[in-house]
Design a binder for this molecule. Structure first.
Ligand SMILES: Cc1ncc(COP(=O)(O)O)c(C=O)c1O
Length: 428
């Protein structure tokens, strides 16, 4: 059975701003080499392969493959895994009491912890199983009328676009498509969005980081523009939480959804929906709940019986994240992206789909290779070299995306680049 001490420890440690020393009860500290690394700046830590190798030890991942598709789903750290196992064992000993009553009560503590960590009110965040669920809740729940216009782009996430298309068919809303090319220039992108507004525009769908090429959108500017036009915004933050700054107060978005199982290395099947308090009552929940129009964020969590204990392990991912520190993670992602970008731009056969400046990506880098479609290249990498990437195919783009984790080693990236060189040479 889970000890209360363990639960309290993990709850108490789940705050932002933890120093390495606060974390001394966990072996993690020792492994990471707290005393050695605690005074190093992000620029010093970023290329310190020993530090990142220590981080990697927290992740019991298979050594059989090189995993360069962390953007789809990342491994949870071992503290997260242990917490899930403990909570599951407890739940299974008497689910109607231990899960439906006790663990559900613990969600209240978790909500406060996560809200404090994200600097928002607990009354504005709901736990979801993933970003898709949160995004769908808003898309299907908004009280839009026939003829209302919603701005989208072809580079928003396909499930998001399909949800909007469903509303277009079902309710007669009108989708207005913003046109731009990847990689985009921020000022041109902003101009393209501005052009899409009409007097019928009610809503704007925005993606913080594009899954196709890792590029970061100037969402703060875009949200301000939308608000000035009297429109609300739903921000898809699936690829920003945990790897770059995501400040909901500063962005001032009306609705936001994200997942913990990507860049937070949190429990698989956990996400978060933010809904500004003043908007909660008007949004229909995805599944019917006790009172669909109550101003209570928990109406978005009411999905019937499911393994709620998975949510409780979110705490452990936040603790781990805070110990490693966002600024170190961000610096590492930019560093790994720069290794890829600098080399790939020298290969004549490569067309980079991501911007050349690694600061403009969250860490994911995409490219096309001449004579290959993305699917075939990703299959070749997996089958012959045991390197997992993913293919990206949208509009006129047909390439692969490389998404390292923070603990992916420099050597793995160099090996990947050597493999691409070898594949090019084989074709020539
Ligand atoms: C931009 C974007 N939005 C939303 C999602 C959905 O995330 P999840 O599968 O965690 O729901 C993804 C998944 O990769 C994504 O890339």
């Amino acid at each position: 059975m889970i000890s209360r001490k363990k639960f309290l420890e993990t709850s108490l440690f789940g705050f932002a701003g933890l120093s390495f020393l606060d974390f001394k009860d966990w072996k993690f500290n020792e492994k990471l080499g707290v005393d050695v690394y605690k005074n190093l700046s992000p620029s010093e830590i970023v290329e310190n392969e020993k530090f990142w190798a220590n981080v990697r030890e927290m992740f019991p991942i298979s050594n059989e493959f090189v995993f360069l598709n962390n953007g789809s789903v990342s491994p949870p750290n071992k503290f997260v895994q242990e917490r899930i196992e403990e909570e599951m064992k407890l739940a299974n000993q008497g689910p109607s009491l231990f899960m439906r009553v006790n663990q559900e009560k613990e969600i209240t503590n978790l909500r406060s912890t996560v809200a404090r960590w994200m600097n928002v009110s607990p009354s504005e965040i709901a736990f979801t199983r993933n970003a898709t669920e949160g995004l769908s809740t808003i898309i299907f729940g908004l009280p839009l009328q026939k003829g209302d216009e919603v701005i989208v782009s072809q580079y928003d996430y396909p499930y998001v676009l399909n949800a909007w298309k469903q509303r277009e068919k079902r309710d007669g809303i009108v989708l207005k498509w913003v046109d731009f090319k990847l990689p985009f220039k921020a000022n041109q992108l902003i101009d393209s969005y501005k052009l899409a507004f009409t007097e019928k525009t009610r809503f704007v769908q925005l993606t913080h980081v594009l899954n196709w090429n890792g590029q970061i959108l100037p969402v703060k500017d875009l949200i301000e523009i939308a608000h000035n036009q009297g429109c609300e915004v739903l921000l898809d933050a699936a690829h920003s939480l945990g790897c770059m700054e995501l400040n909901i107060n500063d962005l001032k978005c009306d609705y936001l959804a994200t997942s913990f199982h990507k860049w937070m290395n949190g429990p698989i099947g956990t996400g978060l929906l933010y809904c500004a308090k003043s908007k909660i009552s008007k949004v229909w929940p995805l599944l019917s709940s006790y009172d669909s129009f109550r101003e209570d964020i928990r109406k978005f969590e009411t999905i019937g019986t499911f393994p709620i204990y998975t949510y409780l392990a979110i705490n452990s991912s936040i603790t781990c994240h805070d110990v490693i520190k966002l600024e170190n993670k961000r610096a590492r992602f930019v560093y790994l992206a720069s290794l890829l970008i600098n080399k790939l731009t020298n290969y004549m056969e490569v067309k980079l789909l991501s911007p050349k400046n690694p600061e403009f990506v969250n860490g994911m880098v995409s490219f096309e290779l001449s004579n290959f479609n993305g699917f075939d290249l990703s299959e070749l990498l997996l089958k012959e070299y045991k390197i997992q990437t993913t293919f990206v195919k949208v509009g006129d783009i047909d390439g692969i995306r490389v998404s390292p984790n923070m603990f992916t080693s420099k050597q793995e990236i160099l090996n990947f680049l050597a493999v691409i060189r070898e594949i090019i040479n084989r074709k020539n």
